[in-house]
Design a protein around this ligand. Structure first.
Ligand SMILES: Cc1cc2nc3c(=O)[nH]c(=O)nc-3n(C[C@H](O)[C@H](O)[C@H](O)COP(=O)(O)OP(=O)(O)OC[C@H]3O[C@@H](n4cnc5c(N)ncnc54)[C@H](O)[C@@H]3O)c2cc1C
Length: 432
């Protein structure tokens, strides 16, 4: 590990295999770059609003982070909650929960509305405390979250034994139970949203990389791609950690962080109703088909995964993930890990995402330009609500359901904020 982690590495364009048969129109009413959960959610809402979005992705839909996540939706945003809430309130909002809880409700709605559903289950989640310091921090966090209106409860061994009968109570002191959290199949989510958008007039083109955003006379004019130009007066960039290639002036405040997920062979049910986390540093959930997904341990990755666009698996991480699962759930101690992968998180330096009008280099908005990145490890509590708000902004000129003001990307232009997210990576508990 180097002494000084690289928080803002030189941007790297996404690796892709160009599709020689991709058919790109010369013009589009609105271009959405990126077919992850954010781009797909925005495209779906734009199509519902009567627009005809053109979605462009360098690779297959959900080939970025949206096909690599664990699939847990935490309205309380793990350790980011207090700092993001403060920023929302400073910008005139009430609470980040207005957004994240709404997002989870929208995911539940989508389960009923999208053909085939998205495997949504409102199972709740358990944050397990194994040390005195974890427990003290978790209690403080629960108090702050409850004060904002999150349904959350600290539970002792008796109730924990009921909710998670497979947990080794010799290892866990207590837990935070958040009954309204949920989980889903993220790849189903992206494909179902895109299918529904297509059914309403959207088109999706893959194997095409956007190389540049075209601005003429200070207004959005379209995109230059590996396959030629598309003219459009409206462009939304939903390009995760690869965004700084297209918008270099937010790059100092958007850090790629590599994260691992491993999957066990199918095993009999070991979890209670919900998924489980360890201060969100590590997290695991069991699929309906029996496999357990377990992710985290960035701390054991090269440079803690910070500043990395590389997608290889660090050999040190899978054994640690398997060991943690087996320690807390003895029934999983012999479960074989059958697959591992990595994906890129896009951490915004102040932890609050960049959602709204695309800022020019001087911070003023580029008319017709829109930005959606910096989800800081929590795609699901943001994707559904932000897709809706961005579609309102694009189609009606203003977000209607909730204000996007707290997420104005302009706060990230012209200055390099010291990242507020570093401490959990070092194992320390940030002051709250
Ligand atoms: C290992 C891991 C575990 C996670 N676990 C969870 C979890 O359990 N719960 C949770 O809420 N969040 C989780 N996250 C975070 C979540 O996955 C992300 O926040 C979310 O998927 C981001 O969605 P997105 O649409 O912004 O980005 P992506 O899904 O990465 O989509 C961006 C798309 O843009 C495309 N693209 C980029 N640049 C260009 C270009 N120049 N031209 C064309 N296309 C381009 C990419 O190909 C990609 O498809 C996890 C992330 C990782 C990596």
């Amino acid at each position: 590990m180097s002494a000084v982690p690289r928080f803002a590495p030189p941007p790297e364009p996404i690796v892709f295999a160009p599709d020689p048969h991709a058919e790109l129109p010369a013009t589009a009413e609105v271009v959405v770059v990126g077919a992850g959960m954010v781009g797909a959610s925005a495209a779906y809402r734009l199509a519902l609003a009567g627009m005809r979005p053109l979605v462009i992705d360098a690779n297959a839909p959900a080939s970025g982070a949206s096909g690599r996540l664990a699939g847990m939706a935490l309205a309380g945003l793990g350790g980011h909650f207090p700092r993001v809430t403060k920023l929302v309130q400073r910008a005139g909002g009430r609470s980040i929960l207005d957004y994240t809880m709404r997002s989870l409700d929208l995911l539940e709605e989508l389960q009923g509305v999208l053909p085939g559903g998205v495997d949504w289950d409102r199972t709740g989640s358990l944050d397990l405390f194994t040390t005195e310091a974890d427990e003290a921090h978790g209690r403080r966090m629960a108090t702050i979250q409850a004060a904002e209106g999150l349904e959350v409860e600290i539970i002792g061994p008796d109730r924990l034994g009921e909710l998670a009968p497979g947990v080794d109570l010799g290892q866990v002191r207590s837990a935070k139970w958040t009954p309204r959290d949920g989980q889903l199949h993220p790849i189903h989510l992206v494909y179902a949203l895109l299918a529904a958008a297509r059914a309403r007039g959207a088109s999706v083109v893959t194997g095409v990389r956007v190389e540049k955003v075209l601005v003429q006379s200070g207004r959005m004019a379209g995109v230059a791609t590996s396959h030629g130009e598309v003219s459009s007066g409206a462009v939304l960039l939903a390009t995760n950690a690869w965004t700084p290639v297209l918008v270099p002036h937010i790059g100092a405040n958007l850090t790629p962080i590599r994260e691992h997920v491993c999957v066990t062979e199918p095993i009999p049910p070991i979890l209670g109703p919900g998924f489980e986390t360890n201060q969100c540093n590590e997290y695991w959930r069991q699929l309906r088909t029996g496999e357990v997904l377990i992710g985290g341990f960035s701390v054991a990755d090269r440079e803690m995964g910070i500043g990395s666009y590389a997608m290889d698996v660090a050999p040190a991480v899978p054994p640690l993930l398997a060991g943690l699962l087996g320690r807390l759930h003895p029934a999983a101690a012999d479960a074989r890990i059958v697959r591992c992968w990595t994906g890129l998180l896009d951490f915004a330096s102040l932890e609050i995402p960049m959602m709204g009008r695309l800022p020019a280099e001087d911070g003023t908005p580029v008319p017709g330009g829109y930005l959606a990145c910096g989800l800081t490890g929590h795609g699901l509590p943001y994707a559904a609500i932000m897709g809706l708000l961005l579609a309102e902004l694009i189609s009606e000129g203003e977000a209607q359901t909730l204000s996007l003001a707290p997420f104005d990307p302009a706060r990230y232009v012209g200055t390099q904020h010291e990242p507020t997210w570093l401490e959990p990576f070092t194992g320390a508990h940030p002051a709250i």
